[in-house]
Design a protein around this ligand. Structure first.
Ligand SMILES: NC(=O)c1ccc[n+]([C@@H]2O[C@H](COP(=O)([O-])OP(=O)(O)OC[C@H]3O[C@@H](n4cnc5c(N)ncnc54)[C@H](O)[C@@H]3O)[C@@H](O)[C@H]2O)c1
Length: 418
């Protein structure tokens, strides 16, 4: 289908700004990934990095009774520590609410970033399933915040490359043997006849409202890149595991620690299991543990972003990247930890989620720019697990095992009764 490009779209009163090639903006800069990326990109590239966040996650954690492994210092305190340790002054912070379109335009106009990475979202499936209010907050936050960024870039700064964090979970319920990059032609049979769909993404199907919001914002990315000629990249990010990168791993760098959620609402599977392992609690595998998930370490995630920020994206192009290394079942993950530490016990608990277990095992295509992280997969996994265990043991006394037990159920009746 011919899509008429929108040179003719007129943004009232807009004048394009000249981007600053040296400026990277990270939305969600107080977050687990956002802070870690900011720290590593500032240190390793020497470019100016501005972190943007409204600190809303701290409130969601309080409401959900979640705690973090290492008390989370303010972004300003961590930036001062970065300056002290590394002797560099290229990291800064802006408190901005992405749901406020004027504030988003203002921060883009102030910094003129060549690259914007958006990781400022409500990132938890259980949170999105916990109540009608939290499902709505997930959609509002994840879709409207994202739209405001796209409008601001289209309005002011179309030379900016916009890198949006997506999720590998968008294919959670798509039973397929291949997850290719980009768009493809599809064939299907209906009422005895063969039909075609030309140049479409693989159908994406979620099993919770958070992932549904990620499917929606990916399609919005696609629309805006075509409609306004924006340079857009969606990084379909697998579940991340790990606590640190070289910049903040050693004990004397504890002041640079990132948010590390280990509770049942916000903690990702390996991060929860490692915390259970260090306090001697059995690893709580949901259901029979055969459900599989894509995974990648924090180390590899950050190393890959270092390559992705410099990847060329044409105006009007929507590039997709799958950021993952491993695909393991929850039971296999628990088993790996039990092999490293023989005292680890495994317990199966009722699965609070409704997860899809398909018939087909998908082959997920990897973009050539980040193929290197698919070498020595077992060694990578073992190295990150060892680093996580070492780091987590340092803060063992902060771990409250009770908050790792699941309390959010996918049934709307139980959500209403809470
Ligand atoms: N952590 C993972 O395993 C994982 C896996 C796949 C995808 N992702 C995606 O990566 C991104 C980052 O995830 P994370 O684990 O670092 O989450 P996080 O909750 O630690 O960080 C998100 C940050 O965004 C901020 N934020 C949210 N809404 C905002 C708003 N309206 N305005 C300003 N700031 C706002 C929060 O305060 C928080 O600091 C998310 O888009 C998430 O969907 C994460």
């Amino acid at each position: 289908m011919h899509f008429v490009k929108a040179e003719s779209v007129i943004f009232m009163g807009s004048a394009m700004i000249e981007t600053n090639d040296n400026m990277l903006m990270i939305l969600g800069g107080d977050g687990y990934l956002g802070w870690t990326l900011g720290l590593a990109l500032a240190n390793r590239t020497g470019r100016q990095v501005v972190l943007v966040d409204n600190l809303i996650k701290r409130r969601w954690e309080e409401e959900a009774g979640a705690k973090v492994l290492v008390p989370l210092r303010s972004p300003e305190a961590r930036i001062a520590e970065y300056e002290r340790i590394f002797g560099k002054q290229n990291l800064s912070f802006e408190n901005v609410e992405l749901l406020d379109p004027k504030a988003v335009e203002k921060v883009i106009a102030k910094y003129r970033p060549a690259v914007v990475i958006n990781g400022a979202q409500q990132p938890s499936a259980p949170f999105s399933m916990s109540s009608a209010e939290n499902a709505a907050a997930t959609f509002t936050n994840n879709i409207v915040g994202h739209l405001n960024v796209l409008w601001a870039i289209a309005h002011l700064s179309r030379a900016t490359k916009y890198i949006k964090l997506g999720s590998g979970g968008c294919y959670m319920a798509t039973d397929t043997d291949a997850v290719p990059l980009g768009k493809h032609d599809f064939a299907f049979e209906h009422e005895g006849r063969q039909h075609k769909v030309l140049q479409s993404f693989l159908p994406m199907q979620a099993t919770d409202f958070y992932h549904q919001s990620k499917i929606t914002d990916l399609l919005i990315d696609d629309l805006c890149s075509k409609m306004w000629g924006l340079k857009v990249m969606t990084v379909q990010q697998a579940t991340i595991f790990g606590a640190t990168v070289p910049e903040n791993h050693s004990p004397e760098r504890g002041g640079l620690a990132a948010r590390f959620n280990y509770d049942a609402v916000f903690g990702t599977v390996i991060n929860r299991f490692v915390c259970q392992a260090v306090v001697g609690h059995p690893l709580t595998v949901y259901g029979d543990g055969t459900q599989k998930t894509g995974l990648i370490s924090l180390t590899d995630t950050v190393d890959n972003f270092l390559k992705l920020i410099d990847l060329d994206v044409e105006a009007g192009e929507h590039l997709m990247v799958h950021n993952f290394t491993h695909r393991l079942s929850v039971g296999e993950i628990a088993q790996k930890l039990a092999e490293i530490d023989s005292s680890v016990k495994i317990e199966h608990v009722t699965n609070p989620r409704q997860e899809a277990t398909g018939k087909l095992e998908p082959h997920v295509e990897v973009h050539e720019a980040i193929r290197a992280c698919h070498r020595d997969l077992e060694a990578r996994l073992q190295a990150e697990l060892a680093a996580m265990l070492e780091f987590t043991r340092r803060y063992k006394d902060n771990i409250e095992p009770s908050i790792i037990m699941p309390r959010v159920n996918w049934s709307p009746r139980q959500a209403a009764a809470r």
